[in-house]
Ligand binder design. Structure first.
Ligand SMILES: NC(=O)c1ccc[n+]([C@@H]2O[C@H](COP(=O)([O-])OP(=O)(O)OC[C@H]3O[C@@H](n4cnc5c(N)ncnc54)[C@H](O)[C@@H]3O)[C@@H](O)[C@H]2O)c1
Length: 311
């Protein structure tokens, strides 16, 4: 019998705090070379959206996430991100469990956004804001709240920001400019509009750039990105399909100017070097993060009342 974790089961099994710790360990295991991750495959179905196949091997397991990004879906009452995560035993190939990909994605994306903000932001950072209060923006805000931080939300759709803030005990920022001026900023928009034009960030800020995770998307101008101390989740992925790709293609950013988060967590590379530095983290979303959440959920498989599949 194969346990099936629907979204509510994933949320019951893994708290945002547990997710953050699991994702931290996953970045470290990947940095050490203990976990491996073949490149994510994009299957474009533009202009509607794209499919992504994301395989990973680690901790005696293999996983595959088959997941979408269809930005126009909310207008039809459908989620932007949907699909499944399959978790298998790496010693015999047997399928161990199936998970709702949307819930796994939201938990691990919120975790990575806040982990990067806590790692790279100033130690005395006070204000935090999330721009884009959809499924994954809300997950980031929920993770900030779980970590004991007050957070403000902003969205082009005011009702969306208000609804999310109400549900989380967060506030709504007075304006986009106010949100983008926070000490710790998370951007989680579809990436169709540059939110951070040249000269918009001030000394000491940190921005986790989460929305531009595929071709043609950007949340920050190249000129603004290159004036920051840039970090990413994975150079290969981020320099080909993330926010970094525009700067790399323009010849404005080289590999040695960008540090992977795992290296900072392992204390093998510098994080923030001064209080004045502006730090940015480009996230494209890694399969190692999904495996981390799937394994954390499996730790609680006996505690959650789950349906099963008899294949
Ligand atoms: N880096 C990662 O790991 C990762 C993971 C999941 C999703 N994403 C990406 O994040 C983005 C958001 O995903 P989601 O599932 O939360 O989508 P969603 O559709 O649920 O939410 C997007 C929100 O952004 C708002 N928005 C749109 N344009 C905006 C703008 N210019 N300023 C402020 N708000 C704006 C929308 O009103 C909506 O509320 C997508 O591009 C998705 O591909 C990245």
């Amino acid at each position: 019998m194969i346990p099936v974790f629907a979204a509510r089961h994933v949320e019951e099994a893994v708290s945002p705090e547990r997710a953050l710790e699991a994702v931290r360990e996953a970045f470290l295991a990947y940095h050490r070379g203990d976990w491996s991750m073949p490149p994510k495959v994009y299957v474009p179905a533009y202009p509607a959206g794209d499919f992504r196949a994301m395989p990973v091997l680690g901790a005696g397991h293999a996983a595959l996430k088959w997941v979408t990004s269809f930005p126009g879906n909310p207008e039809q009452g459908l989620p932007t991100v949907t699909g499944l995560v399959l978790l298998s035993d790496a010693s015999n190939g047997m399928l161990r469990a199936v998970f709702d990909a949307g819930a796994v994605t939201a938990l691990r994306t919120g975790a990575a956004a806040v982990l990067a903000a806590e790692t790279l932001g100033r130690a005395d950072a006070e204000t935090a804001a999330v721009v884009g209060a959809g499924v994954n923006g809300r997950a980031a805000a929920k993770t900030f709240v779980a970590r004991g931080r007050e957070v403000a939300l902003w969205d082009v759709d005011e009702g969306q920001a208000r609804g999310a803030a109400l549900g989380l005990g967060a506030s709504v920022a007075g304006s986009r400019e106010e949100a983008l001026a926070a000490d710790l900023v998370v951007t989680m928009t579809p990436g169709h509009e540059v939110l951070l034009p040249p000269g918009s960030l001030r000394a000491g800020q940190h921005v986790s750039l989460m929305g531009a995770d595929g071709p043609g998307k950007a949340e920050i101008a190249v000129e603004e990105l290159v004036r920051t101390h840039a970090f990413c989740d994975d150079w290969e992925q981020a320099s080909h399909n993330g926010e970094l790709v525009h700067a790399v293609e323009a010849g404005a950013l080289q590999r040695e100017q960008v540090t992977e988060l795992g290296a900072v967590l392992a204390r093998e590379a510098d994080g923030r070097r001064s209080d004045d530095e502006i730090t940015t983290f480009d996230s494209t979303g890694l399969a190692i993060q999904d495996l981390a959440i799937a394994l954390a959920a499996m730790d609680r498989v006996d505690k959650v009342d789950l349906p099963t599949l008899d294949l």
